[in-house]
Ligand binder design. Sequence first.
Ligand code: GLN
Length: 281
Amino acid sequence: MATIKQLITDGENALPDSDSARLDAELLLSVVIAKPRSWLYTWPDHIPALPEQHLYLELIRRRQAGEPVAYMMGRKEFWDLQLKINHDVLIPRPDTELLVETALAKLPEDESIRVADLGTGSGAIALALASGRDNWQLIATDQSARALDLAQENAKNLDIKNISFFQGSWLAPLSGLTFDAILSNPPYIEKNDPHLQRGDVRFEPVHALISEENGLADIHHIISNSPSFLTPSGWLMLEHGYQQGEQVRQLFAAFSYSEIETLRDLAGHERITIGRKKDAR
Ligand code: GLN
């Protein structure tokens, strides 16, 4: 007959390996009893029904085995949006918000520009931009039909209308179109990277994480193909691994982009590289 307070303490103590044990426990309990997290603080002495207590303990056990909270909850906050998430897509990361921030800072706020998000997954990047700039037109692609279904569902739930979706690999479904900016957070992890054995990534779709050529194959593909899809001086903005900055800048240079620049994430790591298509004057 445990109280809310007791269940949270027990959950927290059961998760010594998580660096957010208390938050994990609170989120899982709140989803089980279908109340916001703040409710847990208002009613610490409430005793949830037994089936709810059992379900909660089961989720704590799954968390102990490493399963990400976002997959168990079926949602994740990104930018200021609540996104539905499932095993077909990567869990959106705070690092990726830097890509959104950069696009908002560099691209003209008042013009009705066209922006592509390649490999949109849950739709995180495209939806954040579409919601922040209702005069921009967002085009999101993904090769996974299931990912695209989820991204479309997210657009519908959030009532975001200035976005359209195309199924296919990277730029392939966009032939004949041009964009003022192309953005992507492509897979960029090298297949033998030991990080793949730890944490959330063990539960995420492998095709959203791993890329050939030491993690650079998809980045290379996007950099080399984007110029034909960019308007003159159009921007390409890519997320990449924290040790890939130099190689990614070299690729931008090899394909004649200008104004090449790398930005650092909150941890101080090189994370986003941007460049502009050379003006064909
Ligand atoms: N664009 C999505 C995100 O940033 C998916 C990225 C991916 O699957 N590599 O969350």
